[in-house]
Design a protein. Structure first.
Length: 305
């Protein structure tokens, strides 16, 4: 982890966005760039951010996540205008497949490949609901997209997810939406693997051993850390992040940001990384950004009430 680069990116975004932007969004977005070894151009970021906002209607859920979405768009090696246009096209494809309007629908649209069948994505989502009717909601759209990238029958893919859900719960992870998202992510690794359950639990225990508090919001990050095999490195990074003054009031972000760093290193070092596993990591990073935006919005609404 390049601590200096992360600090510089945080400062650039803080100045560019002003004090009104929730610091958690600043931390998450700064980390997206720092993990790739990129310094943020503040003026360019604001320009793209304005393009994202102006491309959406006043009450569009995209406006609520325009800041982290700008980071995701700029991290791709293509013109922002092209990515924004693609984002809206994919969003409409998902909406026509009966998916509701939400910030997570835009995250799903960002993850959507050009040749994907939207009806298959919706079928996967509906299969999820059969197992967790009251748990499955629009925040599971990104997981439905990444599962759809895998070959196989829909019911068999979701059954793999269910085995991970039950197996991880048996090992002490709490039932809930974050565990469901983690289980859905692990489907990208192929058939059910007991070893992967063991690796996730090892990641959790190593973080706790280093003095970090692991909450259910960290479950998707645990999956990514376990996948990379860089558990000790991730734990070390998370500790260093938690000690930075920028994380003083947001220590729960340290594990998520650490997962971003080690997963990017894993991508860079793995020339033959499968599309599915890359999608899993990308989905974790994108959904972490959306979840951070949702938490920031909830906090703002609570303070204003």
């Amino acid at each position: 982890m390049e601590k200096r680069l992360l600090e510089e990116n945080i400062e650039v975004l803080r100045r560019a966005a002003g004090n009104w932007m929730d610091r958690r969004l600043v931390l998450m977005t700064a980390a997206q760039f720092a993990a790739k070894g990129k310094k943020i151009d503040g003026q360019a970021f604001i320009k793209v951010s304005d393009l994202v906002k102006s491309s959406a209607s006043m009450f569009s859920p995209l406006r609520g996540i325009h800041f982290p979405m700008t980071g995701l768009i700029m991290a791709k090696d293509s013109h922002p205008e092209v990515e924004i246009s693609r984002l809206h096209q994919n969003y409409q494809i998902l909406r026509k497949a009966n998916m509701r309007s939400s910030a997570f629908t835009y995250i799903a649209a960002f993850l959507l490949d050009d040749d994907m069948d939207a009806s298959r994505i919706n079928a996967i989502y509906e299969e999820m609901k059969k197992h967790h009717r009251f748990l499955t909601s629009y925040d599971d759209y990104p997981a439905a997209v990444i599962i759809a990238k895998r070959d196989g029958r829909v019911n068999e893919l979701i059954e793999i997810s269910e085995r991970y859900y039950r197996g991880l719960n048996d090992k002490g992870l709490w039932k809930g939406n974050n565990l469901q998202f983690l289980a859905n992510m692990l489907v990208m690794c192929g058939d059910f693997q007991h070893e992967l359950v063991r690796d996730v639990i090892y990641a959790k225990e190593e973080l706790i051993r280093r003095g970090l508090k692991v909450k259910d919001i960290h479950y998707p990050a645990l999956g990514v850390i376990a996948l990379t095999g860089r558990v000790k490195e991730a734990a070390s990074i998370a500790v260093k992040l938690s000690e930075m003054k920028e994380f003083k009031w947001y220590k729960e972000m340290a594990i998520t940001v650490a997962a971003t760093f080690v997963s990017q290193d894993y991508i860079d070092a793995s020339a033959e990384l499968t599309t599915a596993i890359h999608a899993m990591i990308q989905a974790q990073q994108a959904s972490a950004a959306a979840a951070t935006a949702a938490a920031a919005a909830a906090a703002a609404a609570s303070s204003g009430s």
